[in-house]
Design a binder for this molecule. Structure first.
Ligand code: 2U9
Length: 344
């Protein structure tokens, strides 16, 4: 039995030594020290021993068990340390590696177009004015010569909140409010950028929410030629010195006379192409001389004062300037689209 215990010890220590992980160690423990393990097997044969031999073998078996247990513990600690070292090595951070460049954002293309237009007009002495997006029927329509039930209201399908409140359909109410604040005294020279809302079905060229910039200049002796000169400056600033403009008669309830302004097509140079639909001209904005009714409703003497106003959609301007084919790109915030205009 002594020899058997000696063999068990040697075999156990050998197996412990060659174990590579905790699972193997556990198997060794069960095989030698478990309830049905090798040592237990030896102890089962103790009954056949003499009285004198029994305590000797018993003590030896205990010593062998203790040695194996100790070897198991020590190997377990070694394996744990090795695993920890491996993990530390694998997960170590190389602080000398270059950092990941931070994603730098920038203003949205629409914002840049709006700023560009604001810069041009503030350089001509205009001030930027803002106002509420939830408007009263009075400022959005009535004060702009669009009384209730006027057929021209149909041009602007609206989101009404109550009978008297709606999401503004244009930024014109900001001009009407500003005029009123001036209590009948000019000059008033403002541009009004902002979001507007119309009940429309969204597609490549329509959106229920879009932006507008409108301008207003009211003073004594403001004439149509002032409007034409201002719009000419605008067209050249945005689309290039070589652009020609033309004014066509149009209708807006708040201006009389009213015009629409076209610029000569840059793509074909006036020859006619798919972008200008063969005409050589591209429509950019609407404008006109402020209707006397609008001046009077805002508290201005229309005999003494006159003025011009214009309105445009920055989306349309950006689409023409940068060849964007779908208005929805402005609102879906796909960075692949937005990134293309970082440098403009
Ligand atoms: C006041 C007096 C007059 C603003 C004007 C237009 C012409 C115009 C549209 C162009 C495309 C808006 O984005 S769009 O749909 N606008 O054509 N807007 S004159 O006239 C005013 C405004 C306020 C007190």
């Amino acid at each position: 039995m002594k020899e058997r215990l000696q063999e068990i010890k040697e075999e156990a220590l050998k197996q412990i030594q060659s174990s590579d992980d905790e699972k193997q160690l556990q198997d060794v423990r069960v095989y030698f020290l478990g309830k049905k393990g090798q040592i237990t097997e030896v102890l089962k044969g103790m009954g056949k021993l003499s009285k004198e031999e029994r305590p000797v073998i018993g003590q030896l078996a205990n010593e062998v068990r203790d040695e194996i247990t100790e070897a198991l513990e020590s190997k377990k600690t070694k394996l744990e340390q090795a695993a920890m070292e491996r993990q530390l090595k694998e997960e170590s951070i190389d602080v000398t590696l270059p950092g990941r460049p931070a994603q730098v954002g920038g203003p949205h293309l629409l914002r840049k177009v709006i700023r560009n237009i604001e810069d041009l007009f503030t350089g001509m002495g205009y001030q930027v004015a803002e106002g509420p997006e939830v408007e009263t029927d009075f400022y959005n329509f009535e004060s702009l010569n669009l009384p209730k039930n006027h057929p021209a209201r149909d041009m602007q399908d609206s989101f009404f909140i109550t009978e008297e409140l709606l999401m503004r359909t244009q930024t014109s109410p900001v001009q009407a409010r500003t005029l009123r604040k001036h209590e009948g005294k000019g000059p008033v020279k403002i541009i009004c950028p902002g979001k507007v809302y119309r009940r429309d079905t969204d597609d490549a060229t329509h959106s229920h929410q879009f932006t507008q910039i409108e301008g207003l200049y009211v003073d004594e002796n403001v004439r149509m030629s002032d409007l034409k000169g201002t719009l000419n400056e605008f067209a050249k600033h945005l689309f290039g010195e070589e652009r020609a403009i033309r004014l066509r008669p149009s209708f807006f309830p708040f201006t009389e006379p009213s015009v629409e302004m076209d610029i000569s097509c840059k793509i074909c140079g006036g020859e006619g192409c798919s972008v200008c639909k063969g005409s050589g001209w591209i429509e950019i904005l609407g404008a006109g001389m402020v209707h006397p009714n609008v001046l009077e409703m805002a508290g201005f003497d229309s005999e003494k004062y006159s003025g011009f106003a214009f309105g445009m959609g920055p989306e349309r301007i950006a689409m023409l300037k940068y060849g964007i084919e779908d208005i929805r790109h402005f609102y879906t915030n796909d960075v692949r689209f937005l990134k293309q205009f970082h440098g403009v």
